[in-house]
Design a protein around this ligand. Structure first.
Ligand SMILES: Cc1cc2nc3c(=O)[nH]c(=O)nc-3n(C[C@H](O)[C@H](O)[C@H](O)COP(=O)(O)OP(=O)(O)OC[C@H]3O[C@@H](n4cnc5c(N)ncnc54)[C@H](O)[C@@H]3O)c2cc1C
Length: 391
């Protein structure tokens, strides 16, 4: 329980997300129970999620994080935390990650500077979950230090010619279009020399080179190649040279969403640990009667509760006007490090069963590992926080 007072309308909203999942998603997922148990995933997940996204968009959940001017719910950061946590807590694979709530495939406040034509072509279809996007910044030679990207865009006869390679791009293979960040002035780089462009799937020279296999079955990022891809000047997103600021414009929101998902997953795993510790018998009594097992459960409970209070507090501070650099970085750092420890303990409490995919514990352990990497590694987050402390 956090010291933060959660307004009753946010509790109601969280409850309506919960009942949407129970009413409309759990029955769909039940059809895949056997596959899920055997493989830890659902091969048809993307197709099912597409339908869920549309339904969620109709109900207004999918665009809660977008401003009201853009047709979204204008939800506070604290509210966004609550709904993201609820979705992850559900333990439903089909409800999570770009399904009930938007993730990288969906509408993002980065698109706020869209022109009226771009809004019609890209943003509005995203809001209705009729199109999907990907966010292409990272490159083989530039990850944490994204200012060093090499992909370039050169002006030619009123168009831009984009060349370069992006990798680790979530939803890169499935997206209808990409928002690609390219260098337009190598001298200025992050300070006015990087520009964002819309690139549609099927544009000559733009190719999904390969899907990149990862430790987790739910992460299937792609390598994207841009070989002299010509896009009209109307495809520029926002101001020329302003792309890096635009890319960082939603970083706090993205980090808070990951922090909230970490809380939800940790709660789901804690619930499972408690249940298992009560029912699994060894040496004639439930394993939860052993203090070593109790320690793993109790440490997880304590760490989750304190991370939750911290994340809620950080989100509230941003709602109250903090610029969010320190708060969002700290929320993601604390929650994602916590969920890593909880997932590891969950395997230990389950013993050998925890390592077997069919118990649906180990897929989380693999999945949450990546949370300490994307949207700022734990080290970069610490560096960001240190800067705000004057170091
Ligand atoms: C599953 C997944 C999905 C992703 N999806 C996307 C996506 O959709 N779009 C996109 O653009 N990118 C995406 N990424 C890329 C992600 O943002 C980068 O992986 C991340 O920024 C880290 O960059 P890197 O992997 O190149 O690591 P590097 O930058 O090479 O870092 C390697 C190590 O050095 C450390 N390090 C680097 N610099 C410092 C420093 N100054 N101080 C201390 N330590 C430092 C890092 O913390 C890390 O431990 C995704 C990554 C993953 C794993």
């Amino acid at each position: 329980m956090s010291a933060i007072q959660i307004p009753s309308e946010l509790i109601d909203l969280r409850d309506s997300v919960k009942s949407f999942i129970e009413r409309e998603i759990v029955p769909i997922e039940a059809k895949y129970a056997q596959e899920l148990q055997e493989t830890g995933t659902i091969a048809n997940a993307e197709e099912e999620k597409k339908k869920i996204r549309k339904r969620s968009a109709e109900l207004g959940f999918y665009t809660l994080h977008m401003s009201e001017e853009l047709g979204g719910g204008g939800l506070s950061y604290l509210g966004q935390i609550l709904v993201h946590e609820e979705v992850s807590r559900s333990g439903s694979l089909l409800a999570r990650r770009g399904s009930v709530l938007a993730s990288v495939e969906g509408p993002t406040p980065i698109l706020a500077p869209c022109t009226p034509e771009q809004r019609q072509r890209y943003l509005d279809p995203l809001m209705r979950a009729e199109k999907e996007m990907c966010f292409a910044l990272t490159e083989p030679g530039a990850g944490s230090d994204a200012t060093q990207i090499k992909t370039k865009a050169e002006q030619k006869n009123g168009s831009f010619i984009i060349s370069g390679t992006k990798h680790f791009i979530t939803h890169g293979a499935e997206a209808d279009f990409c928002v690609v960040f390219a260098v337009t002035d190598p001298e200025k780089r992050a300070r006015g020399g990087i520009t964002a462009f819309f690139v549609d799937k099927g544009t000559p020279g733009f190719e999904v080179a390969r899907i990149q296999r990862t430790a987790s079955t739910v992460d299937r990022p792609a390598e994207l190649v841009f070989d002299n891809v010509e896009v009209p000047a109307e495809n520029m997103l926002g101001e020329f040279g302003n792309g890096f600021y635009a890319a960082m414009g939603w970083i706090n929101g993205g980090r808070l969403h990951i922090a909230a998902s970490a809380l939800g997953i940790a709660q789901h795993l804690l619930d499972k640990m408690v249940e298992y510790a009560k029912t699994r018998v060894a040496f004639g009594h439930p394993i939860g009667k052993n203090q070593y097992v109790q320690g793993m459960v109790v440490d997880s409970w304590c760490e989750l509760e304190s991370a939750r209070s911290f994340v809620y507090e950080m989100a509230s501070r941003i709602d109250d006007g903090a610029d969010g650099r320190r708060e969002a970085a700290a929320a993601k750092l604390v929650a994602t490090e916590m969920v890593g420890r909880v997932a590891d303990r969950a395997i230990q409490v389950y013993g050998g069963n925890g390592f077997m995919t069919e118990m649906m514990i180990e897929p989380y352990w693999r999945e949450v590992r990546a949370m300490r990497l994307y949207e700022g590694t734990s080290e970069i987050l610490r560096t960001n926080i240190a800067k705000t402390l004057g170091l």
